[in-house]
Design a protein around this ligand. Sequence first.
Ligand SMILES: [Zn+2]
Ligand SMILES: [Zn+2]
Length: 388
Amino acid sequence: MYKPDNVKTSPDFPIPDTMRAWVLGDPDQLTLTTKPVPVPKRAEVLVRIDAVAICATDLEIISHGPPAMIQGGLPYNKNFTPGHEYMGTVAALGPGVDEYNIGDRVTVEIHAGCGQCKRCREGMYTSCHNYGLNYGDVDKGHRANGFTTDGGFAEYAINSINTLVRISDEMSDEEATLVVTAGTAMYGLTELGGLVAGESVVITGPGPIGLLGVAVAKALGAHPVILTGTRDNRLKIGLELGADYVINAKNEDPVAAVRKLNGGKGVDYVVECSGAPEAVNEAARMVNRGGRICLAAFPGKPAEVDIAYIVRNNIYIYGIRGEGKSATHRAEAFMAQKRFDATKVHTHTFALEDLPTALKYARERIEDAIKVVVKTHGHAAMNRVAAE
Ligand SMILES: [Zn+2]
Ligand SMILES: [Zn+2]
């Protein structure tokens, strides 16, 4: 039985020595294997993973590698377990940890910065200057679950206490996996200067971050909130999450439609979540003079940008990475208060052993899949046990 030195465990949460974990071999090759249950160090806990959501970035990593970086390079054939949008239960405490108890339900942020570089000290731990320096003889303390360290497609994972967000029993496992997605949208709006109630915002791209961006912007008091996209079923969910207007870019010119909806001047903010090649130029024409654009998606190729237009109109452009400045805690506060129903973007649930099917659903958007969740414990996993 798992009982490492200086690690606090509890008889209420017996932990096996080994666990099931998916491991990435060559590109697109995932194998369900057995690994030792990892051991938390100072300021870390062991989290029993109860549910993990699949993100478009997981699909990128599994097929192409970046932005994951393991041992300074591509993540293939390094015994690496991807997956980063997970929640679970604190199962063991590293030395000195008294901030959490065994049995606490938590959802987790992805990035634990080194805590000592300039950016970490500013709360920008997703931009840590020691990113990925956590292998071999080099250990700067930086961790990014499922990017630079083992992630959540497994039964257990290590997390710095800085990345934990306590959740109430009222929040389902599936909803809790979405806190970090809402947190990313919250971080984007924070970096734009903190949306002020009554200011206008456009969200481009109704993926999970875009849809929850609508919900967070609305909860912050933005008005109007406009969502643009090309899929009616997703735009409809945007309306349910609080969008005042939706624009289907297949049916009308989104720039003209946005400007018309806001008195011809354009809006105060655009949060770009589509990654489309023309997105930056369109966003620049959607904001008013002096407006601000947050880029939260990355296009597959370099894009041509009309810089002269941006300069002439004093438009500010921000790139964000992930969920810095404890934005996840603020997003969780909205969700705990039921200011919006994030579960509207959750569409499918599979058991851990069915991860390849779950990834296929997410990649091919089978049955209009948006957020696909894999459950390690609970119903989906239990059904299988019952069937055996
Ligand atoms: Zn993600
Ligand atoms: Zn750092």
